[in-house]
Write a protein that binds this ligand. Structure first.
Ligand SMILES: Nc1nc2c(c(=O)[nH]1)N[C@H]1C(S)=C(S)[C@@H](COP(=O)(O)OP(=O)(O)OC[C@H]3O[C@@H](n4cnc5c(N)ncnc54)[C@H](O)[C@@H]3O)O[C@H]1N2
Ligand code: MOO
Ligand SMILES: [Mg+2]
Length: 406
């Protein structure tokens, strides 16, 4: 059986010919979280003029070489309007934050350091050339590269792009991901299950995970556990970037997903990974579509999504890594585990008084229990090779959201 790290590396290698996906031009607001497919180059100077960074007085620094200089106030400059003219020799002018420095001025003094006396200003300290001035082009000069291709568009990037006159950005396309729940026992959400049935819940959970990974889910109708139904449903994934199935990948008589994928022409790369939950995880390619066969147990589906599907979708989207932060923490309870498996424990994080992080496992870790997968913020990684970790053991944890306590 592959280790989780080798399985993930194999998936990423298998997608090298399709990742990243093609680029598309989108409005700024739609670019958030996506990978730039072009360097962001400025076509103008930022700021476009020498600007004051304080409310105060603009002057020639040489006119106030020491405390006590008294200069006539020639005019006022308000943000949004150009200065009415050049600064007359030996004079200063009123200026406000963001205002255009008049020609001749090379410094600003903040008004807290200046006393007004009629039409003159008295400077309480020596002026310094360049102080409180944001020179033209000092933020970004015309022709300068602000961000390289591949950078992730964050809120600041959107502001910067707007400031240099862009209304659209060339970014990588979001992967379109088919989600196919399978199982004879499943009824759609909202319907009351009959005897032996249960509500199909993995579809919506996985669609949410796809959205959270920056991709677009396409939730297909649940397939039944028979070859014909599976074949018909698989057709719904044709042409999409990825297919995520749930259930039917273990060794039961009605676990037919792998056979159905193979019959449809998919090339299955591997089956089973040495981890818990999610051991029967399957990966392959169906033409250009990446195929992920997730186990049906709810925690197995979401943990294998996190470990294998999320990084793959990000690679398709041109985004780096898995977008997660890894931290060290201490387990609040001892854990027994099979030594051959890496176990991913769903945990709450808690900040200790000494600054350390505590990892408190959810009440249940049974992969079929839905509460084992809701309301946690970290996956603690219990490494292969160990069969027992005592309370207080230091382990790595993958943060799924910012920690609750910080
Ligand atoms: N003899 C063995 N049996 C099993 C093994 C094994 O190694 N040997 N592995 C176990 C492990 S581990 C897992 S995980 C499961 C995986 O099973 P499948 O992927 O075949 O999933 P199903 O049998 O279809 O369903 C399992 C379980 O999950 C429920 N389920 C399925 N789909 C959904 C859904 N969309 N929404 C909610 N719940 C769902 C289903 O009703 C079952 O209870 O196999 C073990 N068996
Ligand atoms: O590998 Mo399974 O997901 O433990 O129940
Ligand atoms: Mg099964």
């Amino acid at each position: 059986m592959l280790t989780p790290d080798i399985a993930r590396a194999r998936i990423l290698a298998a997608l090298a010919d399709v990742a990243p996906l093609a680029a598309e031009r989108v409005p700024l607001a739609a670019a958030l979280g996506r990978a730039l497919a072009e360097p962001l180059v400025s076509n103008r100077d930022l700021p476009a003029f020498d600007a004051s960074t304080m409310d105060g007085y603009a002057l020639r620094a040489a006119d106030a070489p020491r405390a006590g200089a008294r200069l006539p106030v020639a005019f006022g400059v308000f943000a949004g309007r150009p200065a009415p003219g050049a600064l007359p020799p030996g004079a200063c002018c009123r200026i406000f934050t963001g205002g255009v420095l008049p020609a001749g001025a090379d410094a600003v003094e903040m008004q807290e350091e200046v006393r007004r006396s009629g039409k003159a200003a008295l400077f309480g300290r020596a002026a310094v050339a360049g102080r409180y001035v944001r020179p033209r082009g000092s933020d970004l000069a015309a022709g300068q590269v602000a961000l390289p291709a591949g950078a992730v568009v964050d809120p600041g990037t959107i502001g910067l792009a707007a400031a240099i006159g862009r209304t659209e950005l060339l970014v990588r396309r979001r992967p379109r991901v088919a989600i196919l729940p399978t199982g004879d026992e499943l009824v759609p959400p909202g319907q009351v299950p009959g005897p032996g049935q249960l509500v199909e819940s993995n579809g919506l959970a996985l669609a949410a995970a796809v959205t959270a990974a920056g991709a677009e889910p396409v939730l297909l109708p649940t397939a039944r556990d028979d070859a014909a139904s599976l074949a018909a449903s698989l057709a719904g994934a044709s042409g999409l970037d990825a297919l995520v199935t749930s259930g039917g990948v273990s060794v039961g008589e009605r676990d037919l997903v792998r056979a159905a994928l193979a019959s449809a022409g998919a090339r299955l790369d591997f089956w089973r990974v040495a981890l818990r939950p999610g051991k029967p995880f399957t990966f392959g390619r169906w033409d250009r579509t990446a195929v992920f066969g997730l186990p049906g147990n709810p925690a197995s589906a979401l943990v294998t999504f996190e470990l294998f599907v999320r990084p793959a979708l990000r690679a398709l989207a041109g985004l780096p890594g898995d977008g997660r932060v890894r931290v060290e923490g201490r387990l609040t309870a001892a854990q027994e585990k099979p030594p051959e498996l890496t176990v991913y424990l769903r945990c709450h994080t808690r900040r200790r008084r000494d600054g350390g992080l505590e990892l408190e496992p959810l009440r249940t870790q049974t992969s079929g229990n839905l509460t084992s997968m809701a309301g946690h913020d970290a996956l603690a990684v219990l490494p292969a090779g160990r069969s027992r970790l005592p309370r207080g053991a230091r382990v790595t944890a993958i943060l799924l959201v910012p920690p609750h306590a910080s």
